[in-house]
Design a protein around this ligand. Sequence first.
Ligand code: NDP
Length: 260
Amino acid sequence: MAYAPFDLKGKVALVTGGNRGIGLGMARALAQAGADVVIWGTDAARNLAAEGELDRLGVRVLAQRVDVADEAAVVAAIAEAAAALGRIDAVFANAGIGGGAKSFSEMGADLWRKVMSVNLEGAFFTCREACRHMVERAKAGDPGGSIVVTASLAGIEGAARNEAYAATKGGVIAMMKSIAVEHARFGVRANAILPGWIATDMTAGAQASPAFAQKVLPRVPMRRWGEPEDFGGIAVYLASDASRYHSGDSFVIDGGYAVF
Ligand code: NDP
């Protein structure tokens, strides 16, 4: 028999922030590997466009308009998704926003709280509801599941003028490790993905900056921006049985930037 642990047929994956950027790159690969896919975003038009694209891959697709910072909305949406598709096997808490300021001294509390509410509280609500679902399922005799947070290199290296953002990303890594230990007994594993410089709407400013092209890009050993498609492989691995003994880890996907 062929070795096929990456086959996701019969599994359901939820990707928050799955209507564009890194999240859509992951959702596409998950669907291509056979998973039914749930995507979340706040923008109805983007949700619709991504849902249509994923639908054409021949799997079941559900797009939900959810603000991850809204606890009640997250609770309701996970329950609705689990009911609609029968189960949820892998959850990617990927939705996020940037939060750059002119300087740390000038960083306002409003900006700090906004970034915390989406990147950290949003990931908390998402992962907590995912864990509740997976623990209940395990107690009913069907253990297993994969929790994945999209962090950032900023979560381990910091990011100047982006202290709020960096703090949220460090926070989700610590939360992920805690989830991994607590939920292993239910067959649930948890891991983090740490992207480097990826060409998405979030980095539009840097992509247009000649200074960035001159000073930063040459420090990326792969000599190019990362693409959303570069996250397909890790998403499929983490959703699949190929990673069934892999938990509590952080995957740096940055073209070698962090070690150069
Ligand atoms: P994009 O700006 O391209 O996409 C962000 C996604 O998150 C969109 O789908 C957006 O949907 C969704 N989103 C934003 N706010 C909310 C919210 N409150 N509730 C639900 N969904 C929301 O960003 P990326 O794809 O680049 O970023 C994805 C993740 O990767 C983020 O967590 C980011 O911090 C992280 N990352 C990105 C890096 C990069 O270089 N691009 C580097 C390191 C980490 P909608 O617009 O519909 O709300």
